[in-house]
Design a protein around this ligand. Sequence first.
Ligand SMILES: C[S@@+](CC[C@H](N)C(=O)[O-])C[C@H]1O[C@@H](n2cnc3c(N)ncnc32)[C@H](O)[C@@H]1O
Length: 284
Amino acid sequence: MTSTQSQIEVSYDVSNEFFKLWLDENMHYTSASYLTGDETLEQAQIQKCNILADYAEVTPESFVLDIGCGWGSNLEHLVRERGVKRAHGITLSTAQCEWIAQKKLGEVHAIVCDYKDYVPEEKYDGLISIEMIDHLCSPAQANKGMAVELYRTYFNKVADWVKPGACFGFQAILRNRIPRTRKDLEDLAFTADVIFPGGLNPRLEELTAAVNPRWEIVEMRTQRECYGRTTGEWLRRLRMHETTIREKWGDQVFIDYERYLDTCVRAFAAHWSSDVQMKLRRIG
Ligand SMILES: C[S@@+](CC[C@H](N)C(=O)[O-])C[C@H]1O[C@@H](n2cnc3c(N)ncnc32)[C@H](O)[C@@H]1O
């Protein structure tokens, strides 16, 4: 099983207002791309969107799909910064979809739909997906050796949604090393079980195997330190709003999110986790 809709709602439906407090105004909930090290989180998020839009070869005429579009931060970027006129998004979260509808982005439509059930009416010129694949394989499935098969099912399916030669700007969190201490292992298990139930980050070699045979990897970059910095900034902002969060959503929400973000900062620093961006081109 991939993350179910109710598991997704555990992860993303605490409250839109809650996430806005510690993410950023546009609610990008994925690693930003710090290129010089001097950028703000907001600037680094724009850079991330530009890298992926370039990978997807987006032009103002492109019809683009964002798979796992979150609160629409990337869709909004495509419209406002890249001049895109038509784009679609899919997500499993009702709260995210309602948020996007309020943005009034013209010919941009987001729906609540599992990618497995999605049937586009016409082919897209380009695809973007930012850290959605991390929901597609559970720890139990990975233990049974099903990860590559599940990821390949995804890459094969989405290849049918674009024209041959079309490009895909893809980003995923990676799992690299396993921590050694009991506390670190417990913190990682807490993050997986309580904050992101049902999900597991892929290994890079699982992804490079799974894109075959439908996609060619044209370019690839990793940005482990960028995610450390992104989660560090989220943690700083969460702590800045501690009183409000405890008052509005309760002590346990603050305690859980502080533990999760603190674990993420350590995970990227200690190479337990990383982040990858790929430019994929559809073959044939
Ligand atoms: C970590 S969030 C990233 C959101 C957004 N891409 C961003 O950069 O902020 C993962 C997103 O993937 C969506 N998602 C997870 N599994 C999905 C599935 N099977 N089908 C469609 N969307 C899915 C979630 O609802 C959520 O919007």
